[in-house]
Design a protein around this ligand. Sequence first.
Ligand code: ADP
Ligand code: MG
Length: 513
Amino acid sequence: MTPQQAEARKLATFLETGQILAGTLKLKEALSRVLATLGRQHGMMGSAVMLLDQDTNELHIVASHGLDESGARRGKYRISEGITGRVAQTGKPVIVPQISREPMFLDGMRARKRPLKRQDLSFICVPILVSGKPVGVLGVDLTYKAERDYDQAISFLSIIATMIAQAIKVDHLIEADNQRLLNENIHLKQELRERYDFSHIIGNSGPLRQVYEQVTQVARTNTTVLLRGESGTGKELIAHAIHYNSLRASKPFIKVSCAALPETLMESELFGYEKGAFTGAQGRKKGRFELAEGGTLFLDEIGDLNVSTQIKLLRVLQEREFERLGGIETIKVNVRLIAATNKNMEQAIADGHFRKDLYYRLNVFAIFMPPLRERKSDVLLLADHFLEKYALEHGKRIKRFSTLAIDMLTSYHWPGNVRELENIIERAVLVCETNVIHGHHLPPTLQTAEGSGTVTRLSLDSTVAAFERDIITDALKTTRGNRKRAAKLLDTTERIIGYKVKTYGIDCDRFRK
Ligand SMILES: Nc1ncnc2c1ncn2[C@@H]1O[C@H](COP(=O)(O)OP(=O)(O)O)[C@@H](O)[C@H]1O
Ligand SMILES: [Mg+2]
């Protein structure tokens, strides 16, 4: 081969190497192909790319050519060991012209195929440097030739190593990017979960915040929770939040209402039954306990549970096992219990309607849901929330409540709590034909609470007056207290508006902002 031919061949190899490395994101595969090219074009008998493991400081073969499998596997070095290790440590190339004469040659790659018995090999090892730091080595075996120009061989291999380094750098960047995306994803999911869980619980009054805090405290434990509070205060919502904040979130959340079901029905509901357990039991059926396996079982209205089922439930709580109705097989359960009641449990115990021992088992961590009348500041938040929800649901463009409607909502005592508020708003949305909910869209029970709640009788006069006051207040709000424009808006005169404002004691100044 003339020097020109040799030069041309090197250039061709650089080109091919560049193309291989740029052509794929699979680093190992690309490296193997580069080594194969070196073997084919430049008579390199064996070769390997080894990369440094940052954690163990060991070199691992990531690609090799001309070494057999076991040899490749054996080729693992501590960084200070042998020649390869030295190159990786110092970042300087090393040449061993005749490996048979090198006592320091630690043949970690003993599997070398020798071209001919007794023919000696030369070994050249160059570092792979990323940002000036060795991240691995490229080592090759060549047949020994006394006249070989080793400096040239090193320059050639160093260029190949530089190209490999570039590919490794890109690989690391992609890897880091993937890792970053992965972390970001985990973070976003986490954030979503956190928001998801409390997002449809509206309200930030003090009492409700205390509830959130308790939920956060207890959710991730397996503790049984007893939710107490009047009907419609959001107990079920909180039970959900506990489940979705718990480690059981991906497992089922199963609800059973204990209210007034006859004994057999209740028990087959909870524990399931075997075929023929009672008339009508035509096949085996799983109970709620089994369906909730790994997750949460929510026993709603536990105060209404019949006494005989209470005994069975107590046993499940104590022993964590039960049998299906008509069955003998004992079933183990891993279920977290949340119970809810609006009953006065202490009274129920005193009256003999509820077992004391079961009550103690359930009442491990109690959360009290405050009635809506004790968290007035949540009323308008909830009202706005439901307004938005039902306006969307019924395809209406209702934007807000009139001043009077707001007064009525806030002064009412809400015996049915949030459920009542929700129903009232839905009804108002249905009957409302403008883009504002007015006082007269609210039911009569709230009308009587007009003002400070002193109006107790509902008459035509008072209803009309309330309506009129409401409409005028609203117009004044729109015109920022300008009576002339409000009159125009209502198709009346400024004098009449002035008169009504005085009669109803509307404070125009509050609209001038
Ligand atoms: N803080 C709240 N935010 C949003 N909706 C609520 C809130 N509290 C209760 N609700 C809604 O009110 C209704 C009654 O709540 P629920 O959890 O069934 O009450 P309970 O089980 O105490 O009778 C449900 O539609 C629920 O979604
Ligand atoms: Mg309920």
